[in-house]
Ligand binder design. Sequence first.
Ligand SMILES: [Zn+2]
Length: 346
Amino acid sequence: MRMLGAGLIVIGALSAGCGGANTAANVAKPQLDQAAVLRQAQAAKAAKMAAAVKVKANELGQIPVIMFHRVIDKPATQDDRTPQQFRSDLERMVKDDYVPISAAEFVSGKIDIPAGKHAVVLTFDDSSPAQLSMDELGQLKPNTAVAILLDVARKNPGFRPAATFYVTRDMFGKTTPEEQSQMLLWLKQNGFDIGNHTRDHLNLLGKSQKEVTAEIAAGQRLVTDLGGAPPITLALPYGNQPRKKEWAANGKSGSTVYKHAGVFLAGYTPAPAPFSKNFDPLGIPRIRAMDKKGDCSQFCSTAWFDWLKTNSDQRYTSDGDPTTVAYPKFKAPFLRKAFAQRALPY
Ligand SMILES: [Zn+2]
């Protein structure tokens, strides 16, 4: 009787609470799944942390943004590099485990490089023919910056040839719109990034808001009229900020609206990572490409590459996962709030 009674009670519970029983089953099953999903997520996170620890990832570390101008046989200014110097600049980066990313990728925090590698941003100012030139058949002229960069990348798999070209109306020495758009199209088709450097290379220091926005908007139109996308970043001519630095990032002139996610200076230090609280999108420092001598004994590229090698704990080191921002957990106070969701402290 007891057994029967118990059986009846069970049957009663099942029949009376049909909906209830179903609900209970529905709740119980997802709970199990959720627990499994959670365990999986924890295991995946642990694996990501182990990978980050293994390479001593530091995605709050510093990133050198190198500023190149012309690559020519007989340098005329402190900004020029010979083809040999430029090649050895790049080979030094290969040797030190750097992988180039574009300025647009940098300011957007889209840094997709292998674990243990360091990000570097290569920028080329003033759109001179010494950077990009080709013959009538579209073959790159040897010893131009782009030809050397592609050659070094070809010989060193993994060193991706990413770079940003800050163009002005000089547009690689081309004068007709057809030739100019050919140059921009070539850069785009080969995965290069185009940045705004104002139309006339105007010194924005002390200029009125109207002059500043007109010149920057004209720089954007230069690119968009030739079929390019509106640039994501701007490099300030001479590194000079306008009276209000916001004017360089956002503005409107006539019907042209510009919005830059990052504004680059001339500068003389490596830049904070875009995930760091120290990152100021309105004033990102760059480093002049130059050997360690004279003016450049401390604050140009060779000196900084030496410094970053010696102080490797301060350098940006990737964990290989572009979706996370990995760093030793004691650096947590330096994480920018906007990236909290992607944080992977270890
Ligand atoms: Zn310039």
